[in-house]
Design a protein around this ligand. Structure first.
Ligand SMILES: Cc1ncc(COP(=O)(O)O)c(C=O)c1O
Length: 424
């Protein structure tokens, strides 16, 4: 595991804090040494998915090479190895989130599935027609549509707390949206479309005073900000492995034990029962109750390795490095004539969304691609955010711990090239 090798060792004269040396980190990501369109790859699409370090690739390979078996039910050697690998990863996730217990860590396919689980299990059981679920105006479709499905099933009402022109939550309006009918708050931690960091602690304090549970969509935040579910005070926290240097198809739902205990399973099948007859079945304890069927064992193992890798760097160090890089990128990209930033929140991270006057974002993306710079253009699964800012789409550069100032330079040069091509 090349964790410590990725630090630039602090010199006695320099600050005591360890810092990030992106060049050494990049060496751990084989794909970053490849080329796109004949040019060195500049990968700035990390909000969509991150690249994988060798530690993760090796862990998955090792698992399939020497540990693969089905988990929990086997008495043989390999099954025990696989079970141990799977459950050890659960403990790593619990530590990563500072969850009080690994019983509160449920493996799911990703953020989307985690939110759907809460909507279908908690929502359908405890919410009634006329009860309200409050979200914000900056949610990803994954934190809108599951609540709309729940609304259609139960008569629950979806309410939306507005955001302002910077892309920040209007906290006063958020508080005004709360009433005795509000039975759940579901809010994004770090917006994938705007880069806004929401004041989760304050939201949770406000909610707790009224006895309202809070679900946090941590799809974007978990790889950029230190997450401590106890400090945040949230009841549910969901994230995806693939946005955190881990495999696709695996994610986590953290839920407060007292809530998970009261929630019914949302899928039935093997491994989630304690006994089955044709007349009735009873459920396994936590977290198996929510993990029906054979899970993505290799994905869990890879996620555990990703968490080890990221934790080895230290989230506070990662955040500081990325904040400096984002500040630099904002300053540089803003100077390109015709650029308008979409999302200028005071608390933000890792995401730079923008429009370039006279050029469609897809064309921006295509010309940048020809220059070897990978960004994303589109609505970013956040169409209501696009509508709020009066655009159909934006171009979005999103950064990870391995990105460099040179890559920001490549982005800016690419944008000048876009202007040249389109005469903008
Ligand atoms: C803020 C946010 N929430 C939810 C999701 C959905 O994540 P996944 O597709 O991994 O389930 C994303 C993915 O981009 C996201 O950015």
């Amino acid at each position: 595991m090349g964790l410590t090798s990725s630090f630039a060792p602090p010199t006695a004269a320099a600050a005591q804090e360890p810092t990030i040396d992106p060049a050494r980190i990049r060496d751990e990501f084989p794909i970053l040494a490849t080329h796109g369109n004949g040019r060195p790859l500049v990968y700035l699409d990390n909000a969509a998915t991150t690249q994988k370090p060798r530690a993760v690739i090796d862990a998955v390979t090792r698992y399939y090479t020497s540990e693969n078996a089905n988990i929990h039910r086997g008495v043989h050697y390999l099954s025990q190895l696989a079970t141990e690998a799977y459950e050890t990863a659960r403990q790593k996730v619990a530590r990563f989130l500072n969850a009080p217990s690994s019983r509160e860590v449920v493996f799911v396919r990703g953020t989307t599935e985690g939110i759907n689980l809460v909507a279908q299990s908690y929502g359908r059981t405890f919410l009634r027609a006329g009860d309200e679920v409050l979200i914000t105006g900056m949610e990803h479709h994954s934190n809108i549509v599951p609540w709309q499905l729940l609304a259609a099933q139960t008569g629950v009402v979806l309410r939306v707390a507005p955001i302002d022109d910077r892309g920040e939550l209007d906290f006063a309006a958020f508080e005004r949206s709360l009433s005795e009918r509000t039975k759940l708050i579901a809010v994004v931690h770090l917006s994938n479309a705007l880069g806004t960091i929401n004041p989760i602690r304050r939201i949770c304090e406000t909610a707790r005073a009224r006895g309202i549970p809070v679900l946090v969509d941590g799809a974007q935040s978990a790889s950029h900000l230190r997450v401590d579910v106890r400090e945040l005070g949230c009841d549910f926290f969901v994230f995806s492995g693939h946005k955190l240097f881990g495999p696709t198809g695996i994610g986590v739902l953290y839920g407060r034990e007292a809530l998970l205990e009261r929630m019914p399973p949302w899928q039935g099948g093997g491994d989630m029962i304690s006994s089955v007859t044709f007349a009735e079945s009873s459920w396994a304890g936590l977290p198996a109750k929510f993990e029906a069927g054979t899970p993505h064992i290799a994905g869990v193992v890879g996620l555990g390795a990703a968490i080890d890798w990221l934790s080895g760097l230290g989230l506070d160090v990662v955040s500081a490095h990325e904040a400096a890089l984002l500040d630099h990128a904002v300053a540089e990209v803003s100077q390109v004539p015709g650029v308008r930033l979409v999302g200028t929140a005071r608390e933000r991270a890792s995401i730079l969304s923008f429009a370039l006057e006279g050029v469609h974002p897809h064309d921006v993306g295509q010309v940048l691609d020809a220059e070897g710079v990978a960004i994303r253009a589109g609505h970013h699964c956040a169409q209501p955010v696009m509508a709020r800012f009066g655009v159909a789409a934006t171009a979005r550069a999103s950064f990870a711990v391995y990105n460099t100032r040179d890559e920001v330079g490549a982005l800016v040069r690419g944008l000048h090239r876009v202007r040249q091509v389109f005469g903008a």
